[in-house]
Unconditional design. Structure first.
Length: 218
């Protein structure tokens, strides 16, 4: 089971906040979807959001989050009042769905946007907004994997029928460390030799088999 940054009890508030964030910046403030995403990441609020800071997740509305992001990046912006239009926009749905995917995958927003642009997520509205959310998650995983590719660790782990939690328990390597190696947040080639050895022993392969660039290791 994947360790996530915050409890599921906060998820609904997080989704509503990010939904209103994108809806407000795109439809009230007139920003392009990709620029709104860029400001979110650049402001540092994306990192606080993904880490589960309660003050960001539940302590402010999506409109307040947007204003905080804009103040951080534009200092004292002159922002319009929020319109509360009826019906779900593509921006609202994208924020709602994106918050779920980020929580589910434990990927950083920056890494998600590097794989799938915010505007492309908006474009998924027409196909996925009436589907079960699991379909959107599956589609996002495919898109991200197509860009980054699976790590050797993940491929070998899955070929042995091991879950991330199972590998962590048997190897003694922290679950979060395994997740971060598989998502390339941390570089397994720079991990301590003892750590990689513990993983290789459980998986039943050589240390070199787990490295992404074994030829480049001195």
């Amino acid at each position: 089971m994947m360790t996530r940054a915050y409890n599921e009890s906060y998820l609904n508030e997080a989704r509503q906040s990010l939904a209103l964030f994108f809806d407000y910046l795109v439809y009230d403030c007139g920003f392009e979807a990709d620029w709104a995403a860029t400001l979110f990441v650049a402001s540092g609020y994306a990192e606080q959001f993904e880490r589960g800071n309660p003050a960001v997740l539940a302590g402010m509305s999506g409109i307040e989050l947007a204003r905080a992001v804009m103040k951080k990046t534009y200092r004292e912006p002159d922002l319009p009042e929020a319109r509360y239009a009826e019906g779900m926009t593509d921006a609202y749905w994208a924020g709602w769905a994106l918050a779920l995917y980020q929580w589910h995958s434990a990927r950083r927003f920056k890494d998600i946007f590097d794989c799938v642009k915010a505007s492309d997520i908006f474009g998924m509205y027409a196909v996925y907004h009436e589907m079960d959310s699991s379909k959107f998650i599956e589609a996002m995983e495919k898109k991200c994997s197509a860009v980054t590719g699976d790590t050797r660790l993940r491929k070998l782990r899955e070929s042995r029928g091991l879950s991330q939690a199972g590998l962590a328990e048997l190897s003694g390597v922290k679950l979060r460390s395994i997740q971060m190696y598989e998502q390339r947040i941390n570089d397994i080639d720079k991990a301590q030799v003892q750590t990689v050895y513990k993983l290789s022993r459980v998986i039943g392969c050589s240390v070199e088999d787990l490295l992404e660039n074994p030829a480049g290791i001195a």
